[in-house]
Write a protein that binds this ligand. Structure first.
Ligand SMILES: Cc1cc2nc3c(=O)[nH]c(=O)nc-3n(C[C@H](O)[C@H](O)[C@H](O)COP(=O)(O)O)c2cc1C
Length: 143
């Protein structure tokens, strides 16, 4: 069974709502999923996974701090050629999705799904459906 891990961080819950809906989409497509907050994740979580899905809201045009710290953990793992995907909630500029995409491509040499998924503020029902569809798209890239 294909395996994915969703690592994310949130301050007010919006990116977490996205993470849960992406998890649902992946599971519906038959992928085994673990979902973990970045502050609690480390290099060991990245062993034996086929896809790494990273989620961060944008704060002051950057990643949320715990995700930035996690990227140094990610640097210790060998993820070359594995599937990557980025998502996050934002208010007006949404840089974090591109930062995550670029880092997965350049630092980890992953095969990243582009574009990543960004949703303004709290996802509506339509937004949550987009997240589930994004999960399915990630699942298709693994197979
Ligand atoms: C202090 C502060 C700074 C922010 N800076 C940005 C920003 O630079 N660009 C942006 O798109 N949104 C910015 N936002 C909006 C958040 O990204 C938005 O509220 C998002 O939904 C938060 O996601 P979360 O609930 O997962 O923490 C900022 C919000 C706060 C409180």
């Amino acid at each position: 069974m294909a395996k994915a891990i969703i690592i994310y961080e949130t301050r007010s819950g919006n990116t977490e709502m996205m993470a849960k809906a992406i998890e649902t989409g992946l599971k519906e497509a038959g992928v085994e999923v673990e979902r973990k907050k970045a502050a609690r994740a480390n290099e060991d979580d990245l062993k034996d996974v086929d896809a790494v899905v990273l989620g961060s809201p944008t704060y002051v045009r950057n990643l949320i701090a715990a995700m930035k710290t996690f990227l140094f953990e990610m640097d210790k793992a060998d993820l070359k050629g594995k599937v990557g995907a980025a998502f996050g909630s934002y208010g007006w500029s949404g840089e974090s999705i591109e930062i995550l995409t670029e880092t997965m491509k350049n630092l980890a040499e992953m095969d990243v799904i582009e574009p990543g998924l960004r949703i303004k503020r709290g996802p509506t029902e339509k937004g949550l459906e987009e997240c589930r569809e994004f999960g399915k798209k990630i699942a298709e890239s693994i197979k």
